[in-house]
Write a new protein. Structure first.
Length: 115
């Protein structure tokens, strides 16, 4: 379940509206969201507007888009979901920061080089 709720969190923390392609730092890399209990979610954001994700709970896939100052991810599998949107901000490969995940839980987000 965490995989599906953290997609927008990761996307919003990766992108920067001032860049020519605000999601470029995610392409070809891995966004890892780690919860306090050690559960890790890996997201793979693609330049074609799609993403895939992996966690101990399973796999997911969907599409993403930027609209204004919001980055929105819409899950298509394993179950379709409503768009999940968050404010777009800028981060780089190698950055690690804390944020709020599913249910308000603190998480650590890291952009790791490579897949």
């Amino acid at each position: 379940m965490r995989l599906f709720a953290t997609v927008a969190l990761a996307a919003a923390l990766l992108a920067g509206p001032a860049l020519a392609d605000p999601m470029a730092t995610a392409y070809g890399n891995t966004v890892v969201i780690t919860y306090g209990d050690g559960t890790a979610v890996s997201l793979y954001v693609n330049a074609d507007g799609t993403y895939t994700g992996s966690s101990p709970a399973g796999e997911s896939a969907g599409t993403w888009a930027i609209s204004g100052s919001q980055t929105c991810f819409t899950q298509s599998s394993p179950e379709p979901g409503e768009p999940s949107c968050s404010k777009t901000v800028s981060k780089n490969v190698g950055d690690s920061w804390t944020s709020t995940g599913q249910g308000g839980a603190p998480v650590t987000v890291t952009i790791q080089e490579g897949r």
